[in-house]
Design a protein around this ligand. Structure first.
Ligand code: SAM
Ligand code: DTB
Ligand code: SF4
Length: 332
């Protein structure tokens, strides 16, 4: 049990990966704590499990951009929305290796390759396997996000040396149909199960700021935290509003509510890497500092996410320096 809690409410039966079962009421109660109580509790959990001043740096690369057949309401890469994103063929292995080397030389320890697919075709997967092997040879951790996987594909990725597979649940079950209609959350769970069964680390998070309620945010955190075991890596994205997507023009989330979401992820998934993901470009440095205090210990590092902007690496280094944060080494 959590003895440092300033408030005995909302503590699950245990805090181990497989035993804790959170309820939406419990997590909503966390969201509703006075801000200082929530921050104290989240930071205390964070310190118990991590060096509180270490931040892991992951760099993203879009290896296949645009033209996606899915209809995710937030995404600039869906073929059906008219955004400024130009479709591009899949990159060649050597282009990816060059980008990964640059990311490594800039201080990133993990390289994440994203593709605008519903799922990879076998021929496309084969080129990705070559990318994974080559990036690993640079001494970096590898991550891929390629959409839904078919039988046997996760095993091939594992065999190539893939360390993490990113596949987000994105939002709570009851809100999912408002955002995406071309697949169900069960489809997402099916791929997450395949990734877990293949022995690849699971990276699974979601997006907030899509017009959902606080209870829906709590339900998203519960859904992720109750995966058994919970993911090794949990990206929390703030919606990046892109003109031409259905969610463009959504009321912007109170930044302190984003911080609360990070805190709830930390409390419910004490040993996971919690990534302060998309949305940092429009976030003040003060809010980012609060996110680190609340338990975020990973960021996307580099001037671009997949198609949208991210703070320049130089600016992130300066922020880390001001906050006395250091980069986590590879493998940590
Ligand atoms: N196509 C694959 C899929 O959807 O699983 C992989 C790439 S997709 C771009 C990866 C994740 O990026 C999505 O699951 C979503 O969480 C996130 N994402 C996409 N567009 C976003 C946006 N505008 N703001 C925040 N996160 C976004
Ligand atoms: C994740 O949770 N966020 C990243 C990564 N996983 C693949 C993607 C963010 C994408 C933001 C919109 C874009 O740049 O296209
Ligand atoms: Fe396609 Fe992924 Fe974008 Fe959805 S989030 S439209 S699946 S690229």
């Amino acid at each position: 049990m959590d003895t440092i809690s300033p408030n005995a409410a909302a503590t699950p039966a245990a805090d181990t990966a497989s035993a804790a079962r959170w309820t939406v009421d419990q997590v909503e109660a966390l969201f509703e704590l006075p801000f200082n109580d929530l921050m104290f509790r989240a930071h205390s959990v964070h310190r118990t499990h991590f060096d509180p001043n270490a931040v892991q740096l992951s760099t993203l690369l879009s290896i296949k951009t645009g033209g996606c057949p899915e209809d995710c309401g937030y995404c600039p890469q869906a073929a059906r929305y008219h955004t400024d994103v130009a479709n591009e063929d899949m990159l060649a292995v050597d282009e990816v290796v060059a980008a990964a080397r640059a990311a490594r030389d800039n201080g990133a320890t993990r390289f994440c390759m994203g593709a605008a697919w519903r799922g990879p075709k076998q021929r496309d997967l084969e080129r990705v396997l070559g990318m994974v092997k080559a990036v690993r040879e640079l001494g970096m951790e590898t991550c891929a996000t390629l959409g839904m996987l078919k039988e046997g594909q996760a095993e091939q990725l594992k065999e190539a040396g893939l360390d993490y597979y990113n596949h987000n649940l994105d939002t709570a079950p009851e809100f999912y149909g408002n955002i995406i209609s071309t697949r169900t959350q069960d489809d997402r769970h099916d791929t997450l199960d395949k990734v877990r069964a293949a022995g690849i680390n699971v990276c699974c998070g979601g997006i907030v700021g899509m017009g959902e309620s606080r209870r829906t945010r709590a339900a998203l955190i519960v859904e992720i935290a109750n995966l058994d075991p919970y993911p090794e890596s949990v990206p929390i994205n703030n919606l990046v509003q892109v003109e031409g997507t259905p969610l463009h023009g959504t009321a912007v989330l109170d930044p302190l509510e984003f911080v609360r979401t990070i805190a709830c992820a930390r409390i419910t998934m004490p040993k996971a890497m919690v990534r302060l993901s998309a949305g940092r470009q429009d976030m003040s440095e003060g809010i980012q500092a609060l996110c680190f205090f609340a338990g975020a210990n990973s960021i996307f590092y580099g001037d671009k996410l997949l198609t949208t902007g991210n703070p320049e690496a130089q600016r992130d280094r300066a922020l880390m320096e001001r906050l006395g944060l250091h980069a986590m080494g590879s493998g940590s």
